[in-house]
Each structure stands twice: as structure tokens, then as C-alpha cells.
Design a binder for this molecule. Sequence first.
Ligand code: SF4
Length: 229
Amino acid sequence: MMRAPFHAITPFTMLDFPGLCACIVWVAGCNMRCGYCHNPQIVLGKGTIGEEEAIDFLRGRVGLLDGVVFSGGEATTWPGLAGFAARVKAMGYAVKLDTNGLRPDVVAQLLDRRLVDRIALDHKAPPARFRQVTATGAYRQFSKTLDLLCAQEQVPFEVRTTVNTGLLDEDNILEIAHDLAARRYRGAYAVQRVVIDKDRPTLGHLAAEARSLDVARLMSESPIELVFR
Ligand code: SF4
């Protein structure tokens, strides 16, 4: 029996695909295990929605929605992603990919085949902290994706870091900002806070942060534009 790749579909969002009305397709499974992850059921669980069911949903939204966001989990872990994105594009939708960057080969394929219109890349941590944050030692793979995206002008992309001050501090954020500047990243760097909700356990059962980020220091010392969310 074919694997059902999707955990869920969020039918409508104005927030996740800048400038477009979109839906979010949540791909089950992930190749990281971030302690602050709020979606253990997507990361560890199996999908329940099959490709054809998702296509039926999208057919019914043609003319009502402009775009489809592939999120997860990690959408690039699904071998069917490029084929499915091609079907979505053929229906006239714009495609956005949210990715942790561990599959530069998949990102390159999507770009080469012009199957993606926008990318949000999660920069989890600088090299020395990467394993601690993600439970993988794959910084080099991530770095390849970052280089690939910085070198292209085909699609807009955004780099963002989710910060829990128990895992990353201001020096780590500034190290990433300097690295982005050195790679000639042209966009704004988004720093997102983790809000720990005791009623919604994270993958690593993290406690609430003991302190906040020093935003003023980050703003004054970053070599590139920062946005805080
Ligand atoms: S937060 Fe980490 S573990 Fe959770 S879906 Fe994203 S990359 Fe995977």
C-alpha cells in the first residue's frame, strides 16, 4: 500500500506565503529532532492523508487559493515531493517550501525543474551548536543548501532561526548573522522566539526559557538586517 505522506492540510493562511492566500500541506516525518519542536506528532507519526486526497482538495480550491506551502515535519524527506509539486504547479498554484536544509539535492532539483517559487530556510544553529539543537551532525549538508540558495536569484528565500535561550544565545545568533553576511545573503534574517506552552509538550520536553534574548544588543551588533517575531 502507498504511504500517505501528509499529516494534515491547513485549508487557508494569509501569513505563511507572503502576499498570497495559501494552504499548508504538512508532510509527515522529519530528519531532525529539535528539542523545541512543537509538532512531535508530525515528526514521529505517519501520514493519514494520501496524495489523491490532497489533489482533490486542491482541485476544489483552484481560483480561491493562490499558493501551497509545503511544511512539516520536513517536506524534503518525502521522495514524492518533486512529482507532487509538479502536479500542484500544473494546477496553477505557486509553491513555497519550508525546509531545514538537510537535503540540498532535493532543493536543487526543485529549483532546476522550476517547481518552487519561494523558500524559507531554517538556520537551526552555528556549527558548534548544530548537533545539540537538531540531534543531527549534518551541518555540512545544511551549509550546502545555504550556499546554493545564496548563489541563486531565481526565487526569493528567507533565513530564519528559532531561538530558545536554553539552546542558543546572542553570540550564536550574531555568529549566524556574520556567516550570512559573508555568504552575501541579501534578505532580512528572521529571529523567532520559541513559546513553550506547558499544555503542549515539545519533542525534547523543554522547560520555559529562563531569560529573554537581548534584542538591543543583537540589533546594534548584527551586520545584516534582523527581524524579530
Ligand atoms: S522543529 Fe525540528 S524536529 Fe520539528 S519539524 Fe522542524 S526540523 Fe523537524
